[in-house]
Design a protein around this ligand. Sequence first.
Ligand code: 13P
Ligand code: SF4
Length: 330
Amino acid sequence: MDTLTELNKKGFVDEKIDPTLDLFAEIEKLKKEKNAIILAHYYQEPDIQDIADYIGDSLGLSQEAAKTEADVIVFAGVHFMAETAKILSPDKKVLLPDFKAGCSLADSCPPHLFRKFKEKYPDHVVITYVNCTAELKALSDIVCTSTNAVQIVESLPKDTKIIFGPDKNLGAWVAKKTGRDLVLWNGACMVHEIFSREKITKLKERHPDAKFIAHPECEEAVLKMADYIGSTTGLLKYTMNSDANEFIVATESGIIHQMEKENPGKTFIPAPPNNSCACNDCPYMKRNTLEKLYLCMKNELPEVTVPADIILKARKPIERMLQISASLGL
Ligand code: 13P
Ligand code: SF4
């Protein structure tokens, strides 16, 4: 096995796997042996989604992490999600298949700069999107996800002054939906910012009956074209409840696996990005593979830890979000 230094360089245990091994069976065995649960985000590769105990959006994943009785949480997602699980279940071991599965949106908001930004608005309540570091959550009053961002803002009195970060696109959409004037941090997700309005327009012309659905992390110009805007769970539910047979999907392409599973016979077209690549994969989410998932469960590495003082401070705003969501049945 790798030394810790090697692991930190690569982000995962780089060990040869016997090619005859049935990884699905081995992972199932490790799950039982270690009393482990696999939580996977919709953006993970299909094999990982298929072996997960729970697949969901950021809100669902944190709710599962808070209530699980497993000893080990294997988080098939990105670093900020695993950190959130650790904050909510600090006594459990939290594993991430690839330690370098980060997030461009979380990176766009360094905590030391956000602290200075916050100082300019001392009478403001700070709401942060869950896609940020544990340190940033520790500087927040309430956390939100794309499923509950509108309701979290609306849970505060109308005259509350609010800073919203780090995603400016989600923030602008929430401001529009709630009619509130939010002070926005200028952050964004590299996957959702890259969709091409021109290419989507052409695609819509070729598929006139298709519904165009988009995640609120997309830019306003793209959201304006959408028939429906929502979190990954919202988008999935929309495809299940809609009479339409074709959908153009503006979010990370991993979600299409569940859309196809839930809607046999319907067609899903990934919205095209503004570059020559035909895909819209998140390079961080897609660092996790079935092989890395197996190795991380076998070696119980890489493990995600959060300093105790940060856990203490970051827990409150996350729990506040979970309480508000539970009271609204979200
Ligand atoms: P949701 O699954 O909560 O909609 O978030 C999408 C996302 O960007 C996760 O990184
Ligand atoms: Fe971060 Fe965007 Fe990837 Fe989600 S899709 S993990 S917001 S970079």
